[in-house]
Structure formats: C-alpha cells, structure tokens
Design a protein around this ligand. Structure first.
Ligand code: SF4
Length: 400
C-alpha cells in the first residue's frame, strides 16, 4: 500500500496519472509522512508556478459590522443585535480606513461583517439593502482604484433571505454598485454534520456553494477557504475539498484556496468541547479525529493538510500560506509544502494607532521571508497579477 500511495503522490505531482480520488487523499493522510507529502506538493506548486517569485497582497481587513444574527460557536467576534458592544461603521469611517490603506501602497480591502438584520429589527441595529449598495458606490466614487473583495457567502445569502431578493439579483446589484470579488469566508467545513454543530443560523453547505456558483456565473471571481482542526473527521476534510473541486470543475471561478486551523481562545467551541483524554496509542502516533472531540490542528497538521490540498485541488491555481495564524516561520515553510502566495500584509488598525508601527515594516517582513526562502517577493492584485511598484497609488484628498 505504502508503495502505491507513494506512486500516487508522485504521479499527482507530475500529472501523469490524473487526479486523486477521495480514497487516494485519505491514503495520503494516513500512510505518508509529512516529508513524503511535502515533496510532491512542492513539485506540484513549482509546476503550477515556475515563475521566479512568490506573491503577496497589501490590503486592509475592514469589519464593517459585528452585529450578527448567527451563533457560531467558534466565533468571538459577533455581537447580538441590540448588545452594548454592537457596532456598524459609517461610510465615512470606512472611507478613512481606505485612505490609511492607500497611504501605505495598499490595493484592496477585505470587507466582511456579521449577518446584520434589516432596518426594521427592533434592536435598532439593522440595515436596509441600499446601505450596502450605497457603501460600494461611495467607495468606487471616492477610491476608484481600490479593489473591493467583500461579503462572504453567508452574508450574501443573508441579504437574499432578509430582503427577499433573488440571489442572482443580489449579486448583480452588488456587482453593479462596485463589488469586485467575494472572499471564501464562512466555508469552515462544507459538511452538514459539522456545520449544524458549529454554525447555528448560518448558511448551509448547499447555500454557501450556491452563492459561489451564482457569483462565478456572472463573472465574479472568488476565493475559497477551509477552517479545520475542530470537530471534523479526516474524511469530512476531504469531502470539503471535493465540494470545492467539483464546483471549480463546473465554473472555474475560484482563484485561490486558503486554510487555517481553528483558534479556540475565548470561543464557546473551545470551552465546551474538550480534547480526548491522551492514551498511550495517541501519544505514539498522530491522533485521528473522531468527529466528537476537539482535535486542534498544530503546525504539523497544517502543513500535512496544505500538501494534501495542493495535490487534491488540481484545478485551483493558487494556495495561500496562512502565516497570520501559523506564524512567520511556518508561513514561510508553507512555500515548500504547496503554497505559492504569502497572502495578505493585512493592515491592522490597532497596530497603526497604538504602537505606531508602520505597515511598511509588515510588508518588509513578508518580503524578507519570501527572499530568504529563495524567491523574489512580488506584490500582486486579487487576480494574482504582479503589480508594478510604480503603479502604486497615493491617497486622494480626505472625503467627508
Ligand atoms: S456568521 Fe458566525 S462567524 Fe460570522 S460573525 Fe456571525 S457568528 Fe461570527
């Protein structure tokens, strides 16, 4: 078996024998060491990206609202409508954040929020559909060159449900107002057994995929994600990858895959579900998630899943390193396990306002990590096209 799995992995790297099926992927997970997985995954990434550089994007994460009607047990961000700490940013506040981004050479915003109820919600924390359209028009009018990567599938599904507007119309109207691409947030694990347990009130697997399909059908590119290392089993991780690969076969609309381990600090899921009692058996070998206990993923598990994703997702061109959750060293190592992109130099407001740290430092660190790994660092746009440094924009006058 071991020999045949090695053959499968090698052939996946060279595309001689075609794509992996689910049984192949499971065999890779269970039978190969991290080193045996890393080699073909790196070869596959090199084959897809022979260019002498590895990329990154300079963007800003703007969370326009933390008000949310869902109750995801892995989330410590949301506030219930009417809660004292609930907020919705104004368009002007969002505009100021974009100006700060432009000042450091940023090219896009990643804008996401909770599932905000309609304006008629008794809490007073609600929005009309026109708020989203006006926001996009405001951004495009005042910051025309900024790429708007915004509204994950659960948010878009909520707009469709709350305002009773057909899904294609929601997407078309957002696109006409200025939405460029959609982030893959809210994917978690695309298996209903898992979603029912961790994402109460949030879109189902089919709804998440339906939003992505509808976006791709109007020519809108999206990314896709996986948050793993909680209560899912290994076959469920592979099922998640299969759902993404199948949709990509159909539409070709995913630009990139990004995966990261669940971060349990302060979350209900981290408190309620305990890790299994250690046994001599699990100490001697890699424990196998059973779907009942919490199996947090460490750096080793992250790299193993990265390599398997690179080999299995043969139709998704880019995979990002998740250095934000894994740290810079593992983030750099990811470039040798199938990733070809260092993701985002994400501008954090608290860093700017308190410590006085500049984003240029953050960008320099990313560039240094790429250089030290042996590639030329290259800033890119959301379509993974290199950006000429001379084309960087400067901030326009402040808009009131
Ligand atoms: S949908 Fe879930 S993950 Fe997103 S803000 Fe609401 S509770 Fe958090």
């Amino acid at each position: 078996m071991r020999e045949s799995v090695n053959d499968t992995a090698t052939s996946a790297a060279t595309t001689v024998l075609g794509r992996l099926n689910d049984a192949d992927a499971l065999a890779l997970y269970h039978d190969l060491s991290i080193h045996e997985l890393g080699r073909p995954a790196f070869a596959r990434a090199q084959e897809l990206h022979p260019e002498p550089y590895r990329t990154y994007v300079v963007d800003r994460n703007i969370n326009y609202a933390n008000v949310c009607t869902a109750r995801c047990t892995f989330c410590n961000f949301y506030a219930q409508p009417g809660a004292a700490d609930a907020y919705i940013l104004t368009h002007a506040q969002i505009g100021r954040k974009i100006e700060e981004l432009l000042e450091i050479g940023g090219t896009q915003i990643l804008m996401q929020g909770g599932l905000v109820p309609s304006q008629s919600h008794p809490s007073g924390h609600g929005l009309p559909f026109t708020w989203y359209l006006d926001l996009l028009r405001f951004i495009k009018k005042n910051y025309a060159t900024i790429h708007v990567h915004a509204f994950s599938p659960p948010e878009i599904w909520a707009l469709h449900q709350v305002f009773q507007i057909p899904l294609p119309d929601v997407l078309r109207r957002l696109q006409e107002a200025g939405l460029d691409t959609i982030p893959g947030g809210g994917g978690e694990i695309l298996v209903e057994r898992v979603r029912r347990k961790i994402g109460q009130g949030k879109s189902t697997t089919e709804q998440w995929l339906e939003v992505m399909r509808a976006a791709h059908q109007i020519g809108m590119k999206t990314s896709c994600t996986m948050m793993f290392g909680h209560i899912e089993t290994i076959p469920e991780r592979i099922e998640h990858l299969r759902r993404l690969r199948d949709l990509q076969d159909e539409t070709g609309g995913f630009t990139a895959f990004i995966h990261w381990p669940f971060q349990p600090e302060g979350t209900p899921l981290g408190r309620w579900i305990r890790p299994p009692e250690p046994s001599p058996e699990s100490q001697a070998s890699r424990p196998v998630p059973d779907g009942k206990h919490l199996y947090l993923a460490d750096a080793h598990e992250y790299l193993v899943m990265l390599a398997i994703a690179r080999l299995y997702l043969d139709n998704i061109p880019n995979i990002q390193s998740s250095w934000v959750t894994m740290g810079p060293k593992i983030g750099q190592l990811a470039l040798f396990f199938g990733a070809n992109d260092m993701g985002s130099v994400m501008m954090e407001e608290n860093v700017v306002s308190s410590a006085g740290t500049t984003f240029r430092l953050n960008e320099d660190e990313i560039r240094r990590l790429i250089s030290a790994a042996g590639w030329r660092p290259q800033q890119r746009d959301q379509y993974y096209r290199p950006i000429d440094p001379s084309r960087r924009r400067t901030a326009p006058p402040v808009v009131s």
